[in-house]
Design a protein around this ligand. Structure first.
Ligand code: MF3
Ligand code: CO
Ligand code: CO
Length: 253
């Protein structure tokens, strides 16, 4: 079983600080999602805004990752590399994933943005993915919740909608480290049969596909896409378990 750190109240406030800056950056980045804007322009805004507010972008240089953020369009599941050649078009659905380091602690959050008017299919997927994050948080908030309850509730809801849950990418503990123990699975499992304890800080970040759950990585070594080319959507928060439930640490102040 994973060795999961119990964070002190002080550490939790540091993570909340990083999370708030990530969330505020994310809202502003989302406002840039208009036709004709490249994902590189959005990424440069994210890098500058983060630095102006005393933080740094955790993605930059992480395992050799080249940009400040991940920006994943349509059939891109996650880890889309911002590029001048990727230009937003009316109808695109866009995930922007920002991880900010502030005062030595990480905050990790992502959200979906719509470029102009999108199809009903895209809209439904985006909304279902958001609901899946919410039911994951609710499951974690229950007294005596176990980590495997998160995946069960998310998987049940995705099944109801007829969407698949990506299995190749997971949530994670977070704090001084970007990716700490435990691994959070967003699908039904028996492995995570242990309690979520007060002071555990981790992300929930389900990815849903319209088609099959399988993904593949492109030649760039990062960009993950659906194997069948179907649309994918993801939302992410960093959260802490408390005595009373769950506190979301990636909210704007
Ligand atoms: N932010 C992603 C996550 O939710 C990780 C991105 S790692 C990067 O865990 F190197 F691709 F940036
Ligand atoms: Co993230
Ligand atoms: Co994450």
């Amino acid at each position: 079983m994973a060795k999961i750190k119990i964070k002190s109240p002080k550490e939790i406030e540091w993570i909340r600080g990083a999370g708030a800056l990530a969330a505020e950056t994310l809202i502003r980045a989302g406002e840039l999602c208009k036709p004709g804007v490249s994902t590189l322009e959005i990424d440069e805004f994210i890098g500058e805004y983060t630095i102006q507010h005393g933080g740094s972008s955790a993605c930059l240089g992480y395992n050799g990752y080249p940009k400040n953020s991940c920006i994943s369009l349509n059939e891109v599941v996650c880890h889309g590399i911002p590029s001048a050649g990727i230009v937003l078009q009316e109808g695109d659905i866009v995930n922007i994933d920002i991880t900010t380091i502030l005062n030595g602690y990480h905050g990790d959050t992502s959200a979906m943005f719509k470029v102009g008017k999108v199809s009903k299919e895209a809209e439904s997927l985006v909304n279902a993915a958001k609901e899946c994050l919410e039911v994951g948080i609710e499951a974690a908030a229950l007294p005596n919740a176990r980590y495997m309850d998160i995946g069960e509730k998310i998987h049940d809801l995705a099944d109801e909608y007829g969407y698949s849950v990506v299995q190749d990418y997971c949530g994670h503990g977070i704090g001084r480290g970007f990716h700490e123990a435990p691994t959070i699975l967003h699908f039904r499992n028996r492995e995570l049969n242990y309690f979520i304890e007060p002071g555990h800080v981790f992300t929930i970040e389900p990815m849903l596909n319209i088609g099959k759950y399988a993904t593949k990585t492109l030649q760039d070594g990062w960009t993950a896409v659906t194997r069948d080319g179907s649309l994918s959507a993801q939302w992410e928060h960093t959260v802490v378990k408390t005595k009373n439930g769950i506190d979301i640490l990636t909210l704007p102040r």
